[in-house]
Ligand binder design. Structure first.
Ligand SMILES: [Ca+2]
Ligand SMILES: [Ca+2]
Length: 254
């Protein structure tokens, strides 16, 4: 009985000295940048619009006529400051608010971070900002891990969740570890290869009026405090455990 209480006290002491271990933390992040790009206006930027579009259009004989893709970038600074590691992140979900559906699915890819929202000039015959993302300067999707498939996008007027960790069992988490070093996670959204749906999915961008519809959100759940304890904390832990050991020996000797 006494020995069990001593063991319990040891566990309590460890929990006291190493707060945060085992307690999952959930963080919701809004985008730092988001924009769609359009193959029919390949030098135009649409970063300041309230909508994000994904999809393709086809002519009557089935030839692809245009495509729109969306790029969304999240600053991971708060997650990094909280001590998250690739292995301690247990959930990574992208949420998108849909306003116009086509009844199919879209794919999420990881992309490079070297692009910016830019001042939108969509719909106007004005030169593109050199800093804003366009069809011509967008990061490639090829070769990037993270391919995750959205649920069927219908009906309108609600958030949909894409699980960005859906494929870590096959591709690992090196990409996530890299994003925790460079500080940003960028996601590209496009329709699947072989898509036959003609039309565009509309989502709300970070510029959308929040009373009308919500912008993209990245939900991160991780277990903090897995960094190596400070030397002072370790010393306290060793002293505390040694003290318990001494008291246990005295009890045993009686
Ligand atoms: Ca934007
Ligand atoms: Ca990155």
């Amino acid at each position: 009985m006494r020995r069990e209480r001593t063991a319990a006290a040891s566990v309590a002491l460890v929990a006291l000295l190493l707060p945060g271990i085992g307690a999952a933390t959930a963080v919701s992040i809004n985008p730092s940048d988001d924009a769609f790009v359009y193959s029919a206006n390949p030098t135009w930027n649409y970063g300041d619009l309230a909508t994000l579009l994904v999809g393709q259009t086809f002519s009557g004989d089935g030839q692809l006529t245009a495509e729109r893709r969306t790029f969304i970038k999240f600053d991971l600074g708060n997650v990094i400051a909280g001590g998250a590691t690739a292995s301690s992140i247990t959930a990574l979900e992208l949420q998108l608010y849909l306003t116009t559906n086509q009844g199919g699915v879209i794919n999420a890819y990881r992309s490079g971070d070297g692009w910016e929202n830019g001042p939108a000039n969509g719909g106007q015959a004005t030169p593109n900002s050199p800093t804003g993302i366009t069809w011509n300067n967008m990061p490639s999707l090829a070769g990037e891990p993270l391919l995750a498939v959205s649920p069927t996008l219908s009906p309108n007027g609600q958030y949909y969740t894409i699980n960005l960790l859906a494929n870590v069992g096959s591709i690992g988490t090196d990409w996530l570890a890299a994003d925790l070093v460079d500080g940003y996670l960028s996601v590209a959204l496009s329709v699947p290869v072989g898509n036959v749906i003609s039309g565009y999915y509309y989502f709300c961008s970070k510029e959308a009026n929040p009373t009308a519809c919500g912008g993209p959100v990245l939900n991160v759940t991780y277990t903090p405090g897995q960094s190596v304890p400070e030397p002072g904390t370790l010393a306290l832990l060793v002293l505390g455990l040694a003290g318990l050991g001494l008291s246990r020996r005295r009890v045993t000797a009686v």
